[in-house]
Design a protein around this ligand. Sequence first.
Ligand code: NDP
Ligand code: OXD
Length: 306
Amino acid sequence: MKIAFCCTGTRPEPWLEGLSAALPQAQIQVWESGAPQADCAVVWAPPQQFIDEQPGLRALFNIGAGVDALLRLALPPGLAVVRLEDAGMSVQMAEYVCHALVRHFREFDAYEAAARQGQWSFRKPRLRSDFPVGIMGLGVLGERVARAVAQFDFPVNGWSRSPRTLPGVRTFSGAEGLRDFLAASRVLVNLLPLTPETDNILNRETLGALQPGGYVINVARGAHLVEADLLALLDEGHLAGATLDVFRTEPLPADHPFWQHPAITVTPHTSARTLRDESIAQIAEKIARLHRGEAVGGVVDVARGY
Ligand code: NDP
Ligand code: OXD
């Protein structure tokens, strides 16, 4: 079995070492133009040239959960695209979202500022029933986040494409359920895949439909958010703030207004990192299954976009 490794921005050596240890019978090589044909590939944002020069590939194993960058390429029909399923990301996402939510709800920023002034001053406790949390996307990551948020006794709403049932979560689905989902939510967590249907989905209309004093936590993709609409709704006071981990342009340009905005917290696409050992174990297991002719999980529906 021949495996090509083509991951932009990733140091290949530890991946090759880990994959070789997990799949001792495989030949694994970093792809370069003119390399021999491989049976499958481990990829992150590969160039179109890689796809074009490797027509014999049966499967692409993406070292991330989101496949939007991969699906922008012209892929031959029949080439399976397999994404990471959790692989240690859901717990990271749960802690990131709970941290952002609790920091906002408990006004820890204000306490921190007061402490810097040497002030021992209490703030009036807020009711968690006044902060219903809406989670867009109830997949591998969204479901884990919904469960974690529910543990803190916040009311939790969830929105997905198809109807879902989750204990402790009020669920909504489809375009027809979106308006009611938003109206029932004050804190909005985005964990949708980026697809033609979800591009620009966080805009004036949808964010404006949140309860007053809304708070946005975007941990999915920058292209979900219409940045000017977020800024306008913050200026108008409809939204109270945002924690943003993903951006249309990454790294976020130095002169971008988000950096200095007092109500926006910026992190550098770090809410759930790809963990190498967990990812290698998952991908190696799937490659072995595929080689034995068995079914694997996480195969992307290319037409649907996730
Ligand atoms: P999944 O594919 O497991 O879940 C996607 C969820 O979104 C499903 O519940 C799906 O609905 C729902 N959904 C998709 N399209 C629509 C739509 N048009 N309307 C309503 N709901 C929709 O993905 P993951 O949970 O694994 O990952 C989600 C995203 O998180 C990734 O695509 C990636 O962009 C982002 N991500 C960000 C990271 C970061 O560090 N910032 C790290 C990892 C991922 P249904 O259940 O009906 O299929
Ligand atoms: C992912 C990511 O999709 O890191 O896995 O954003």
